[in-house]
Design a protein. Sequence first.
Length: 406
Amino acid sequence: MTRYYDDLETRSTEERLDAQMHELRAQLGRAQGLAGYAGALDEVEPEGLGSLDDLARLPVLRKSDLGAAQKGAAPFGGLTTRPVSGFAHVFQSPGPIYEPGGIDRDWWRMGRFLHACGVGEGDIVQNCFGYHLTPAGMIFESGARAVGAAVLPAGTGQTELQVRAAADIGCTVYAGTPDYLKVILDKAEEMGERLEITRAAVGGGALFPSLRQEYADRGILCLQCYATADLGNIAYESAAQEGMIVDERVIVEIVTPGTGDPVRPGEVGEVVVTTLNPDYPLIRFATGDMSAVMEGQSPCGRTNMRIKGWMGRADQTTKIKGMFVRPEQVAALVARHDEVRRARVIASREGERDVMTVQIEAEGGAAERYEGSVVEALKMKGRIEIVAPGSLPNDGMVIEDQRSYD
């Protein structure tokens, strides 16, 4: 296996900027011809872009904008350069938001991350990302295909069967959320099975240092990427484990939340991404995630910009057990019950696993009464605590993340 995925990873800063400006002008030209942008980009001539700093003159595109556009022009809101039939897949995310997907040329660019993890020909990837409706499973399968690895499309759940298959097949790589690998490893020990997994490519949730160390103690190198359903891979770790290296096919800005104005280098702000994918030209797409640019280059020799990784949300939306929980979902939970005045979702950690606690203000009553509503509104099970009316802080917060990311 070569050290780098391709020559793009070790380009000089000048070479990368020249190439990005050429591709950005072409991408802006494509976007201006799409109905979904409705003239929002017309104030800038593609050939008039002098540097990447000129991106700040363009409006920020948000997830809510996608939803509104898709309601008017299903399923992709007039933001793709292909018709629906021109894509291999159509996926659905909460909202609902619909995303296109392809299987040609590693459409989500996950191969670069898997190569940095040391995954290649001869490996068998146990892919524990979901395959149902959402794109994560196919995103990682596409990357595995790009580096020549075989895939066990395991999906989520059925841990005992997962262990059985991993042992029988000889899986060497895990792909999935950070904490589910521990569930598999613990179950394997309980079953007396020895697994051959030596590398883990994770995403969809925070990789806590203590959990990474536990995997290292078990002989597993665990690296994480930062990707979304809309954009594909945005940034990834290498074996150096010093920040996350920005993918070669996106342009990342760190901006002041709510304004889109770039922050000073090193300051924490919202991650805004422009993708160079010609099929789905998202220009200045706001992820809602917070991060910061790191100075210098990675010790691994890759020369692109680095970011510090996920540092929280620009709004109260929080990822728990690999799933986003949004304030509007909490409001929907409250609306289901007349006797409920307010509710608050708390994200915490216990034993290297995410825990969701739902505090509900009500005049007594059993927690079991609200179990079904919690699952329906928040899309996962959680602990339920009934608290006295008026006891929750009146601070506007409905989702509180108590997890430490140090």
